[in-house]
Write a protein that binds this ligand. Structure first.
Ligand SMILES: *Cc1c(COP(=O)(O)O)cnc(C)c1O
Length: 422
């Protein structure tokens, strides 16, 4: 593709974009706002509004407790089964529960408990900090010494694949990584890295938070054992929407949920006094599921399934390439660095640009230019592309406004600092 720096180019790309019509299926409250943060909180699907109104009035309001037997109870499996289609898994291998952090805890502890003779968990320093905190908590809980080995990335951008291969050994219980890493968007080869873990008999646990809904995933082809992920990023499930977890069918009997609660009990309404787990994946549930939040996940999943991950990935690659092209033309000469892989194969759906004044530039973009990116320490301006609703013109405008921030030195009036959510 030969890109140009003209606005007309972006408009032409939008005019020929087969997925362009999906943008109208989302709430666009401020037409002038360029939203490049769908990798932190996806836009609201239009369909979520009547659906939630229906559930609130016709189900919660009218049916009250009867709603549990009229569909609510099955919702974690039903929505999980739909997400499974985005992950290359079967419906009975994915369930909605808790948050990503909690699911990671349950799966990591279960994996470690199932292999009492192994003493290592291996991860990398590109992983999301919460994932590392969770692993540290897991290590404190088990009776035996458990070492967490954090393999450093060679450059802060690419995954340390060779060093991982060297570190994984017969003492490794679990390898856990973010499939697409949160800062650079580096995306691991699922199959190749899963094979590295299996070669030494370790289990492989993937965090799909930044890849689900942005990158085609085939957990079966990769033979991955375990996965977790968010539904409020590229799946557009709403703020704090519950997470998913995946356990390959042949691992489901072997692994036990460490937080044993009544929702995972085999015959829960017998109210027996001793826990006996449900034979299916439901035993990875703990307490009562949040029905309104789970229901809100479905419209976003339906849109992704309708568009198809292959088309979405093709558009995402084209759009991140276009963004990087504009960066090379306009911003590289102004002291910006590309903090994401240059090669599309290794890149998810966001692009990180580094600049020594990154935080202040980010502030000027938000407050003066009506562009919402996000910021990740120490210097990353993260530009998230959600091909369901990000247009080429959005990208053109964001980069043009970013260039204006630099040309007019608008960032100079902002102080170094941090706000709570960026
Ligand atoms: C966003 C994200 C999370 C978030 O976890 P929560 O429990 O929902 O707060 C976890 N892991 C990764 C890799 C993420 O990108």
């Amino acid at each position: 593709m030969n890109f140009t720096t003209e606005a007309a180019f972006a408009k032409k790309m939008d005019a020929h974009d087969e997925l362009a019509a999906f943008r109208r299926r989302f709430v666009i409250a401020e037409p002038d706002l360029i939203y490049l943060d769908g990798n932190s909180l996806g836009r609201q699907p239009q369909g979520s509004i009547p659906l939630l109104q229906e559930i609130i009035s016709a189900q919660w309001g009218s049916r009250l407790i009867r709603g549990w037997n009229e569909g609510w109870m099955a919702l974690p499996e039903q929505i999980g089964g739909k997400i499974a289609r985005l992950l290359g898994a079967d419906a009975d291998e994915v369930i909605i529960a808790d948050s990503t952090s909690v699911n990671l805890f349950k799966l990591a502890l279960a994996a470690v408990q199932a292999q009492p003779d192994r003493h290592k968990i291996i991860t990398d320093d590109l992983n999301f900090p919460s994932d590392l905190y969770i692993l540290q908590g897991v290590a404190r809980l088990v009776a035996r010494p458990l070492h967490i080995q954090v393999i450093p990335s060679p450059d802060g951008i690419h995954g340390p694949v060779d060093a991982l291969a060297a570190a994984i050994d017969a003492d490794t219980a679990l390898v856990t990584l973010s499939h697409t890493v949160f800062k650079s968007a580096y995306t691991y080869d699922l199959t190749a890295v899963t094979q590295l873990a299996h070669r030494s008999g370790a289990l492989m646990l993937w965090d799909m938070s930044h890849s689900a809904g942005s990158v085609p995933i085939d957990l079966h082809q990769a033979n991955a054992d375990l996965a977790v992920g968010c539904t409020y990023k590229y799946l557009n499930g709403g703020p704090g929407s519950p997470a998913f977890l995946y356990i390959r069918r042949d691992q489901q009997a072997r692994l036990g949920n460490p937080i044993t609660g009544w929702m995972g009990q085999q015959h829960m309404f017998d109210f027996a006094l001793t826990y006996e787990r449900d034979p299916g994946l439901r035993h990875f549930l703990t307490g009562t599921p949040p029905i309104l939040s789970i229901a809100a996940i479905e419209p976003g999943i339906d849109l992704l399934l309708e568009a198809g991950m292959a088309s979405l990935r093709a558009k995402s690659v084209q759009q991140t390439e276009y963004l990087i092209y504009l960066y090379e033309q306009w911003l590289e000469p102004q002291g910006f660095r590309l903090n994401s892989p240059r090669e599309a194969t290794w890149r998810g759906s966001h692009v990180s640009l580094g600049h020594k004044d990154g935080w202040r530039i980010d502030q000027a973009l938000i407050q003066d230019m009506h562009v919402i990116p996000d910021f990740r320490q120490p210097d990353n301006i993260r530009l998230g592309i959600a091909p369901l609703y990000t247009s080429y013109y959005d990208i053109y405008e964001a980069m043009r406004r970013l260039r204006l921030v630099m040309d007019r030195r608008l960032y100079e009036k902002y102080e170094e600092g941090t706000t709570a959510v960026t």
